[in-house]
Write a protein that binds this ligand. Sequence first.
Ligand SMILES: Nc1ncnc2c1ncn2[C@@H]1O[C@H](COP(=O)(O)OP(=O)(O)OP(=O)(O)O)[C@@H](O)[C@H]1O
Ligand SMILES: O=C(O)c1ccc[n+]([C@@H]2O[C@H](COP(=O)([O-])O)[C@@H](O)[C@H]2O)c1
Length: 198
Amino acid sequence: MVIGLLGGSFDPAHEGHVLITTEALKRMGLDQVWWLVTPGNPLKARQPAPLAERIAFGKKVMRHPKVRVTGLEAALGTRFTAATIARLQAIYPGVRFVWLMGADNLVQLHRWDRWQEILRRVPVGILARPGWGTRARLSKAAQVFRGARVGRGEHLAHAVAPAWVFVNLPMNDASSSAIRARGEWGLKGTAKPGIDKA
Ligand SMILES: Nc1ncnc2c1ncn2[C@@H]1O[C@H](COP(=O)(O)OP(=O)(O)OP(=O)(O)O)[C@@H](O)[C@H]1O
Ligand SMILES: O=C(O)c1ccc[n+]([C@@H]2O[C@H](COP(=O)([O-])O)[C@@H](O)[C@H]2O)c1
């Protein structure tokens, strides 16, 4: 069993999240993807909408039999990705986990807690995001782990970590901050009319 983990604020979830999830399922040979809706990104000062509301909206937006929208980090009491992955690996020893993220997150990965441990624990799938390709390829994490880059998504899940892949896909420029800036995600985390469906 290979499970992709897509961590995020999902404040709110949008079609960019749906696209990278379905593409990761198709291109990386994943059996499932679990969204890990974070209680709060350790590097973001801004307080997100309440977790329950972000999860509830995520479930509306992301409807796929192989995808679960979860609040696992709140349940586990972890907030840092390295700690979350370590806990999940301990709880599910028979599962191969793959960490998924958009190219923008690769650019700042070296600022995450125990970031090199993440790459040594699990294969990492990077999904293209408009405007971030060059910076991602030049990022510190990509440089430090350049020898661990895998050419094709299909080879990622069963590669021995450290291993990462950069997957090009049809670009989608949706972002939660743009949705919030347009006032389409209520202050209390409630979706306003018009974004019932991403
Ligand atoms: N349009 C997109 N294309 C590719 N990856 C994306 C896209 N939107 C989000 N992601 C990725 O999904 C994960 C969760 O993203 P997040 O919930 O922070 O959404 P966001 O749109 O980036 O939010 P914000 O604008 O508030 O920073 C991250 O790994 C991010 O890189
Ligand atoms: O572990 C860390 O230090 C760390 C620092 C920044 C972000 N993350 C994780 O990165 C994921 C993406 O966050 P976001 O807010 O960009 O959607 C989410 O799972 C966060 O918990 C993790």
